[in-house]
Design a protein around this ligand. Sequence first.
Ligand code: Z5A
Length: 202
Amino acid sequence: MRGKFITLEGIDGAGKSSHLTFIAERIKQRGYEVFTTREPGGAPLSEKLRTMLLHEKMQPDTEVLLMFAARREQLLETIQPALERGTWVICDRYTDSTYAYQCGGRGLPEGRVQVLEQWVHGHLQPDLTFLFDAPLTVARERLEKGTANPDKFEREQSEFFAKVRDAYLRRAGQYPQRIKVVDSSRTLQAIQADLASYLDAL
Ligand code: Z5A
């Protein structure tokens, strides 16, 4: 049986990466194999593209094309083979990030991303997505404490992240079955209680 595909989303500093291990452990306890990865990245070439994407200034169109090139590479190299083996895959960010950052944040028309999405993974959508949501002030405060060398996205201003957050919440409204909004301004324990109940249901 094909494994389940779970993605984690949220604005920078919302706290999604903090829960990756918890989610993986919860699934392993049920006897499943788990593979964790991230975007952009996860395959050797995709990791090289990640370095460019996070650190080099580029046109918004170039950015979105490289995001999907990195995605296609890791999908064929790692995610799809794992799912076909029955392994559950947890990916830190996926195409909802593109709608949030490139369309919401940078203002790229959604139609362009829809075309690329269809091409790159029209056949493969996540089974479950956690959207870790927190007010901008909370996310910024956490980020400032933990980031020594901010990347190109982390250096964006609050207005950019406000647009990214709005775009995420709009998508959650469009896909309520798949995208579960988790209030991540709470304690780790309170958040993990919510995650556990969604995962057990899946
Ligand atoms: N990007 C894009 O534009 N388009 C795309 O299609 C894709 C990506 C796929 C990837 O960077 C960048 O690429 C990303 C968008 C763009 N923007 N940025 N930057 P990344 O993967 O390196 O970065 P990230 O995913 O945003 O950041 P992160 O480091 O993984 O952060 P996080 O997951 O949001 O937060 P965290 O590391 O779990 O937590 C941040 C801090 O808060 C940390 O010190 C924690 O200990 C603390 N924390 C977390 N939760 C709590 C709670 N509940 N209470 C107290 N403190 C907490």
